[in-house]
Design a protein around this ligand. Structure first.
Ligand code: NAG
Ligand code: NAG
Ligand code: NAG
Ligand code: NAG
Ligand code: NAG
Ligand code: NAG
Ligand code: NAG
Ligand code: NAG
Ligand code: NAG
Ligand code: NAG
Ligand code: NAG
Ligand code: NAG
Length: 294
């Protein structure tokens, strides 16, 4: 719910800025004119728009190029400028809750929904600001994935490392042998590009065994330990999928056992080797410590 709310917000802002009519329903939820106005106003004007640089994401709407350079620029602005204050987040949530009161009621969502979505800001910023000192290259993993269509370069922010999001997406783009453009992602997700959909399904679980992914999981679980303890089978059941393995397997047991060969294990106090949080004035607590170099 929180994730889809966030997506709806981003999609909403982006669409309007491109002068296209907003949809009247998102994921089956009502999205009336007053609510749309409140969301747009919050995302494009005012103090929240300053500290959460939505404007950087607008090119996603119009480009047929890779999303990675756009996200890298977004994270540079998100991580190295002043964070949103609690007051800014509360005011933004209040404005949307008020503007969307009727729609929230129709959807039978409590008034706290919007505040909860804005409440993930500190952890979201912390995760997006993870950097790695050993980003993906054509030589990573013994060279099995080969060069990415767009390699990591000085075009991306390289101050104190490469953003983990950029490195992990570059690696996946090397695996797929394609640039991660919006049309490509849509084709892979809907199955319209059956080759891409097949490759996604065939992704080796070892792809999870990446320091950046363990860093992100550690940060998320430091804030919400429950995330690591929910049986995966019950999460998949929500989307009518079955988990082929052990019914009691959780995110933590799967990650620990899949990646024991590295070795990597979920850790909510210390970041993996070569991973740091590169950020100005984090509002996330508790901070994870960087690993002391071995
Ligand atoms: C932005 O907000 C200010 C003050 O709240 C308002 O005067 C202005 O009209 C708004 N601009 C846009 C483009 O909505
Ligand atoms: C970070 O916090 C310090 C101390 O509160 C403040 O002086 C500085 O301006 C802040 N930096 C940014 C980029 O907001
Ligand atoms: C943010 O402000 C709200 C309302 O004033 C308060 O309930 C909440 O505890 C604050 N959160 C943090 C992290 O300070
Ligand atoms: C939800 O918020 C709206 C607008 O702020 C208010 O009219 C309504 O009474 C609130 N509902 C509840 C259950 O608090
Ligand atoms: C990376 O971020 C640093 C710190 O804000 C900035 O000085 C530098 O210009 C950025 N580089 C790029 C390529 O965006
Ligand atoms: C990926 O994008 C880059 C830069 O836009 C382009 O030079 C390259 O040919 C593209 N690669 C593929 C496989 O589409
Ligand atoms: C479909 O996916 C494959 C595999 O990634 C890619 O090579 C191909 O270019 C894609 N086709 C289209 C039309 O995007
Ligand atoms: C899952 O299956 C049930 C029963 O077959 C159905 O009612 C429900 O809509 C399905 N949910 C999804 C997300 O497909
Ligand atoms: C994962 O591994 C870490 C480190 O060995 C350990 O502390 C933790 O209990 C393990 N978690 C699970 C669910 O196996
Ligand atoms: C987390 O990593 C640190 C440093 O490697 C280690 O001392 C600690 O035991 C780890 N914690 C868990 C729960 O595995
Ligand atoms: C960390 O970086 C060093 C130096 O680049 C490299 O030798 C080492 O293999 C990296 N460790 C991991 C776990 O990626
Ligand atoms: C880069 O790392 C150095 C040393 O840890 C630190 O002083 C500096 O503030 C960092 N720069 C950024 C933009 O995070």
């Amino acid at each position: 719910m929180r994730f889809s709310s966030a997506l709806a917000l981003v999609a909403g802002a982006a669409t309007a800025a491109a002068q296209v009519a907003l949809p009247s329903s998102i994921f089956g939820l009502p999205f009336g004119a007053q609510c749309q106005g409140a969301v747009l106003q919050t995302l494009t004007n005012g103090s929240f728009a300053q500290c959460f640089p939505t404007a950087d994401l607008l090119p996603l709407l119009t480009t047929n190029g890779s999303i990675i350079p756009i996200l890298d620029k977004f994270m540079t602005d998100l991580c190295y400028k002043s964070p949103c204050s609690n007051a800014t987040l509360m005011a933004a949530a209040q404005a949307i809750t008020t503007g969307c009161a009727a729609d929230l009621q129709t959807a039978k969502l409590p008034n706290t929904t919007v505040a909860a979505a804005f409440g993930i800001y500190p952890v979201l910023r912390e995760v997006l600001c993870l950097k790695t000192s050993s980003p993906y290259t054509a030589q990573s993993y013994g060279g099995i994935l080969g060069p990415a269509p767009i390699p990591i370069s000085a075009a991306y922010n390289q101050t104190n490392g490469t953003f983990c999001v950029s490195s992990v997406l570059t690696q996946y783009s090397a695996y797929l042998g394609a640039n991660l453009t919006i049309p490509y992602i849509v084709g892979a997700a809907t199955g319209a590009n059956s080759t891409a959909a097949f490759l996604v399904k065939q992704t080796n679980p070892n792809a999870l065994c990446n320091e950046c992914i363990f860093g992100a999981v550690g940060v998320i679980e430091a804030a919400a330990p429950i995330v690591g303890r929910i049986p995966i089978s019950s999460v998949l059941a929500y989307v009518n999928m079955t988990y082929p393995g052990d019914k009691s397997a959780t995110l933590n047991t799967i990650l620990n056992s899949t990646c024991a060969y590295k070795p990597l294990a979920v850790n909510t106090t210390v970041l993996p080797q070569n991973v740091t949080v590169s950020i100005v004035n984090s509002t996330f607590t508790p901070r994870l410590r960087p690993a002391t170099s071995a």
